[in-house]
Design a protein. Structure first.
Length: 411
């Protein structure tokens, strides 16, 4: 006798809610995934289920109480892929974003696009690196591990040694392989896509599997892993739910994939604004961590994007993956960006919304008239128009800072 099919819920990332009757087990399963969906009681014993700006497909719970969440984007799938690809490597998106799987949904399209990206990364071979290994061998290799040999009571064999092993088991390959393994079991993948994922996984033979829930291994961009950068950045987004704060309440790893579109929008905007700044001889940095709100430098602030001119902060921009007219969040956003401007002594700041005014709207704040400008980007438009909109935002910011010099900078 086969078990009952899991309850399938189509949940938009935001906006319209599902009203469903749930068993106690299904309710517990969904409550364990409260980072994915929000639950509230509704009339007639139903539950109101709304999305939390994540997209993908995730299975929660087990047995008869299992629930499959189809987290649906409000954007076209091709636009989600564009944002993901541009955010991870701006100069590669045109090559990799086109996929034959778009019509099947986000998860199959993402799997197909990622397979293409990894294929490109491995085109010149699998990255290897040196790793120190300790072992007991019948022959001498490398150098003798004297303390370990002494603990062996002085026996001549085996020899306790340490040596540098040239291996594919690097942090970079573990992350890339981890994302391949995460995508492989997803439903509705085309046979060609699943076959490509298996082939790429086989090429990474000898790479240690990532432990569920463990932090991703640390890696640093360098000349050797340059060809891996796009795959690594994409893999980090795919594997983001592995972080401890995004595991289920029981500590078990959630099967499936869920992409946080707030994080994607922030990363995309930082990349696009930096490209626009470079054409003007300026530079942007994302998520600077060295700025402080207070004079004693105890309270850290981290603007999404800081624009620098002559090595000094000129303005800050914060990404908001929501509509600009939502209250009271709109006021809280103004408080946040104003605090950044006050701390850094900046006369201007910018809030960039995924849905906002067609033309920039500027608020004058406080006795010094700090100019906070509200911008909107229509993410449903074609990629070229989205990039043109970010360029317009950069142009607006540059014109403003050229007219209003900063009064004080605290970094």
């Amino acid at each position: 006798m086969t078990g009952a099919a899991p309850l399938e819920l189509d949940v938009p990332e935001a906006g319209a809610a599902q009203h469903r009757a749930l068993t106690a087990g299904q309710l517990a399963a969904l409550l364990s995934a409260d980072h994915l969906v929000e639950l509230r009681p509704a009339p007639s014993g139903l539950w109101k289920i709304t999305g939390r700006r994540r997209v993908g497909v995730v299975r929660v719970g087990a047995g008869a109480d299992a629930v499959v969440l189809n987290l649906l984007p409000k954007l076209p799938v091709s636009n989600v892929l564009f944002l993901l690809s541009y955010a991870t490597k701006p100069d590669m998106w045109r090559q990799e974003v086109v996929t034959t799987e778009v019509e099947r949904g986000l998860a199959p399209a993402l799997a197909d696009a990622y397979a293409r990206i990894v294929h490109h990364a491995l085109a010149d071979g699998v990255l290897h690196g040196y790793r120190e290994t300790a072992d007991n061998l019948p022959t001498l290799r490398g150098r003798i591990d004297v303390p370990a040999q002494i603990r062996a009571c002085g026996l001549p064999l085996p020899v306790a040694v340490r040596f540098d092993d040239f291996t594919p088991d690097t942090a970079e390959n573990r992350i890339v392989a981890g994302a391949l393994n995460r995508l492989m079991p997803l439903p509705a993948l085309a046979p060609a896509t699943r076959s490509a994922l298996r082939h790429l996984t086989a090429r990474l033979d000898g790479v240690t599997a990532l432990k569920p829930g463990a932090p991703l291994p640390a890696w640093t961009p360098n000349r050797l892993n340059t060809r891996y950068l796009h795959a690594l950045r994409m893999a980090e987004l795919i594997l983001a739910e592995q972080s401890p704060d995004l595991r289920s309440g029981s500590g078990a790893q959630l099967p499936g994939i869920a992409i946080d579109l707030e994080t994607v929008f922030e990363a995309f905007l930082a990349a696009a604004l930096n490209q626009a700044a470079r054409t003007r001889g300026l530079r942007c940095t994302a998520q600077d961590t060295h700025h402080r709100l207070d004079a004693a430098r105890r309270i850290a602030i981290r603007p999404d994007v800081t624009l620098y001119r002559d090595a000094q902060p000129s303005t800050v921009l914060d990404a908001k993956y929501k509509a600009s007219d939502r209250k009271p969040g709109h006021r809280e956003d103004l408080y946040q960006i104003t605090s950044y401007c006050t701390a850094l002594g900046l006369p201007t700041g910018h809030l960039v919304y995924a849905h906002g005014p067609a033309t920039p709207l500027t608020h004058r704040i406080g006795p010094h008239g700090t100019a906070i400008t509200i911008h909107g980007i229509d993410l449903t438009r074609p990629p070229a128009q989205i990039l043109a909109a970010t360029d317009d935002i950069m142009q607006h910011a540059v014109v403003q800072i050229s007219r209003t010099p900063a009064t004080r900078v605290q970094t």
